[in-house]
Structures are given as structure tokens and as C-alpha cells.
Design a binder for this molecule. Structure first.
Ligand code: L34
Length: 291
């Protein structure tokens, strides 16, 4: 069993990015500038956004964190987005999800200028992604591709089973891995809550991407020997023995599944840190386009 170490790989990528930033600034181009909008104070979102801000500092990026109250109106949020859209100092920005229920998420994502949409969530960029045209790839799927590529996990002709059809992970993952590209050329099956006989399907998988958000859902009886497993889930589970009062659980029952796996990502330290590294990569790309 080989651990797909997202923490170490993301640190390497961030170092590579930092070198590129140095070269940019030496040639008189200012450093990339990422902004993030955080609505409310959800603990997990706060952790992820803070990690993004920290990663910016490490790579020599500028960063701006816009924190808005949980009860901000949809118009109030759209107004903040417009400010970032038109601010020439900002190369790219994200609106951290999830948003409170009174705000229409689709409307918000569509308000982001596609040229600054470093999450790759705008329909224009989703369309480009689906057509395999150059664009910002959504950070989590992008990070998974990068991890598979760097560990030389063969994907060509392999059967990939994606569990979950979210717009952020499951759907783009299934599209990307079926494309003619690095870490692509796979035969992809996408499964979801209405799928019948899921276990019959996962037992045929060479690679499984678990992105359904149910802790320890994928168990050893559902996978074949030699499988590669990508665990996208990250759920906080109350645990009074822990200092912060919770532990993190993935969508994979790591202890049992890892015994049958050739390659597997841990949680934490797998897909999460890669997501952040690829957001940085997208922001660097936005800054280079600006020149
Ligand atoms: N707009 N919203 C937008 N873009 C995104 O790309 C995200 N996502 C997801 C949630 N909402 C978003 C993230 O950034 C999930 N996500 C994310 C980012 C980083 C980490 C996990 C999820 C991460 O760093 N995880 C660490 C552990 C962090 C902890 O201690 O809780 C890990 O090792 O997995």
C-alpha cells in the first residue's frame, strides 16, 4: 500500500509556485493576489479559508479575506462580488461554500467574473472544462488529477468509479478523467444516491473516487484487491477525547480499505491540502494572464 501524500505533495507544489512568483516579481510583475469571501463563521469553512490565506503568504501571494455576517442579504453579497470583479488589484477570488440557505448559490457563482473565477465554478468555465479547453479547473478535481499524475498512477483504460455527483467534485471528476489528458483516458462510471447495486459496481473499479459526504461509507467488502482509492470526504465527528472536540472522518473506512489498496489517500493529509495548492496554481495562472 502506497499512501498518496497530499500534504507533502501540496508543499512541493507550493514551493514550485513560490519560485515562479519570485521570477515574476523579479521581472517587474507584481505578485498574484487572491481574495476570498467568507459568509458567516462556520468552523470548517473558517479553517479552510484560513489555510488558503496562510498558503498565500507562504508562496509570496497577496491575499484579502472579506468576512461577511451570516445574515447578509443576497444583494449585499452580490455587491461585494462586484467590487472584487472590478478591482484591478485582485487577480482571482472565491466565494467559500456552503452559503446560508437564504442565498441562491447559483446566482452568486454566476456573478463572478469568469476571468477571476479561480474556483472554476462559473458556467463559462464549467463549459470550457467539459470541452477540454484551457480554463481554471475546479481545485479539488484538479488536485486529484495532479496527485494521480505525480504518483504515476495509471489511469488510461482503467475503470474509474466516482461516488457522488456534486458540481464541485463528482461531476467534474467524472468528466475530467474520461478526457484525453494526463490522469485521464479512463472508462468512468458515475454513481449516486439512486444507483442500484453500488457494491457490484465498486467491486469492478480500478480507481474509486469517494465524494458523497458520508463518513466511512466505503468499506473493504466493496473494493477489489489492488484498488486505488481517493477519499474526498471530510466530516467533523464529535470526539470528546480530542482537544478541539472532534475528529475528521473521510468517506472511506481507511483501516480496512487500505489493506486491499495499491494507492490510497489519507484524511486528513490527502485531497484537502491538494485543493489549496491547486487554487494557488489557478491564481498564479490568472496573474500570468494579467502580465
Ligand atoms: N468556493 N468552497 C469553494 N471552493 C472550494 O475549493 C471549497 N472547498 C470545499 C468546501 N468549500 C469550498 C475547499 O476548499 C472543501 N475545501 C477544503 C479545503 C481544504 C481542506 C479541506 C477542504 C483542508 O485543508 N483539509 C485538511 C484538514 C483541515 C482541518 O483540519 O479541518 C486536510 O488535511 O484534509
Amino acid at each position: 500500500m502506497i499512501l498518496l501524500d497530499g500534504k507533502a505533495t501540496s508543499n512541493k507544489i507550493k514551493e514550485e509556485i513560490a519560485i515562479e512568483v519570485q521570477e515574476l516579481t523579479k521581472s517587474g510583475i507584481r505578485a498574484p493576489h487572491l481574495a476570498a469571501i467568507l459568509v458567516g463563521d462556520n468552523g470548517a469553512s473558517l479553517t479552510y479559508v484560513n489555510a488558503k490565506v496562510k498558503a498565500c503568504a507562504k508562496a509570496g501571494f497577496e491575499s484579502t479575506l472579506v468576512t461577511l455576517p451570516l445574515d447578509i442579504s443576497e444583494d449585499g453579497l452580490l455587491n461585494e462580488i462586484e467590487k472584487l470583479n472590478t478591482n484591478p488589484e485582485i487577480d482571482g477570488f472565491i466565494v467559500q461554500l456552503p452559503l446560508p440557505k437564504h442565498i441562491d448559490e447559483q446566482k452568486v457563482l454566476m456573478a463572478v467574473n469568469p476571468d477571476k473565477d479561480v474556483d472554476g465554478f462559473h458556467p463559462t468555465n464549467v463549459g470550457k472544462m467539459a470541452l477540454n479547453l484551457p480554463t481554471f479547473l475546479p481545485a479539488t478535481p484538479f488536485g486529484i488529477l495532479e496527485l494521480l499524475e505525480r504518483y504515476k498512477v495509471e489511469t488510461s483504460g482503467k475503470h474509474v468509479v466516482v461516488i457522488g455527483r456534486s458540481h464541485i467534485v463528482g461531476s467534474p471528476m467524472s468528466i475530467l478523467m474520461s478526457q484525453k489528458r494526463a490522469a485521464g483516458n479512463a472508462t468512468v462510471t458515475i454513481t449516486h444516491s439512486r444507483t442500484k447495486n453500488l457494491k457490484e459496481i465498486t467491486l469492478q473499479a480500478d480507481i474509486i473516487v469517494a465524494a458523497l459526504g458520508i463518513p466511512e461509507f466505503l468499506t473493504a467488502d466493496m473494493v477489489k484487491d489492488g484498488v486505488t482509492v481517493i477519499d474526498v470526504g471530510i466530516t467533523r465527528i464529535e470526539d470528546k477525547t480530542k482537544k478541539n472536540g472532534f475528529r475528521l472522518a473521510g468517506d472511506v473506512h481507511f483501516e480496512s480499505v487500505s489493506k486491499k489498496s495499491n494507492f490510497i489517500t489519507p484524511v486528513p493529509g490527502g485531497v484537502g491540502p491538494m485543493t489549496i495548492a491547486m487554487l494557488m496554481k489557478n491564481t498564479l495562472l490568472a496573474a500570468k494572464r494579467r502580465g
